[in-house]
Design a binder for this molecule. Structure first.
Ligand code: PEP
Length: 245
């Protein structure tokens, strides 16, 4: 098993002060967990302050999206280089909320991922099927199509920086988690295609983390709701540390 990696996706939550308090709690909670890597993904406005607060480690910082150009007349966009400058190490790309609510397409995820790698960031690329796709038996095809598009034209050096997050859309924020077998099957499929670490995402909680993380191809978790509670996020990371030990 790879070194487990946990990223807390804070989504659209938190003032700068609240983000700093949460980041400090997370850092203090996971400081002794030497077997895992941990990142947090605050809103854009809190990235720099949180990165400064966490600069002595061990927790690193992720952004929740980026644009694909370095600079120019692109009002409202944020370049990967700006995120690196703000102290980010990772950027989450292609999250299902961006795909569903903001019409983000696979081609855009690919442009963003390649730009992120050029800027020295590691993209965390989210893929996963909807409930309708699962019910229609299209899960594997959907995952492959998303991955092939998102990772097009990336060489091995670029792929080494990529982390994939398998996030079945029907499990995100719903309280409904994929079974360990369902997750394992999808993760093994991703790894049969690409040499990346694969995180599971979708209602991960302290109560279900250990079973999921015990699967051989589950390399960690992208955690939404539970990452806003430092004790829950710490318990999830601890489960990863115990499984890895
Ligand atoms: C996510 O948004 O990436 C996620 C997995 O959310 P939740 O843990 O709340 O399902």
């Amino acid at each position: 098993m790879r070194r487990p990696f946990f990223c807390g996706n804070w989504k659209l939550n938190g003032s700068i002060a609240e983000s700093l308090a949460l980041a400090t709690d997370v850092r203090n909670g996971v400081a002794t967990l030497r077997e895992v890597d941990v990142a947090v993904a605050p809103s854009f406005t809190a990235l720099y302050a949180v990165a400064k607060r966490l600069e002595d480690g061990p927790v690193t910082v992720a952004a929740q999206d980026c644009f694909w150009e370095d600079k120019g007349a692109f009002t409202g966009e944020v370049a990967p280089g700006q995120l690196a400058d703000a102290g980010c190490k990772y950027v989450i790309l292609g999250h299902s909320e961006r795909r569903q609510l903001f019409g983000e397409l696979d081609a855009a995820v690919n442009l963003k991922a390649r730009a992120a790698v050029r800027a020295g960031l590691s993209p965390i690329i989210c893929v996963g099927e909807t409930l309708a796709e699962r019910d229609a038996g299209e899960t594997i095809g959907r995952i492959q199509a998303q991955l092939d598009a998102a990772l097009a034209d990336m060489d091995n050096a670029a792929l080494e920086r990529v982390v994939v997050a398998y996030e079945p859309v029907w499990a995100i924020g719903t309280g409904r988690t994929a079974t360990a077998d369902t997750a394992q099957e999808a993760h093994a499929f991703v790894k049969s295609l690409y040499p990346t670490a694969v995180l599971y995402g979708g209602s991960v909680k302290p109560e279900n983390a250990r079973t999921l993380l015990a699967q051989p191809d589950v390399d960690g978790a992208l955690v939404g709701g539970a990452s806003l509670d430092p004790a829950s996020f710490e318990a999830i990371c601890l489960a990863g540390a115990e499984v890895a030990a």
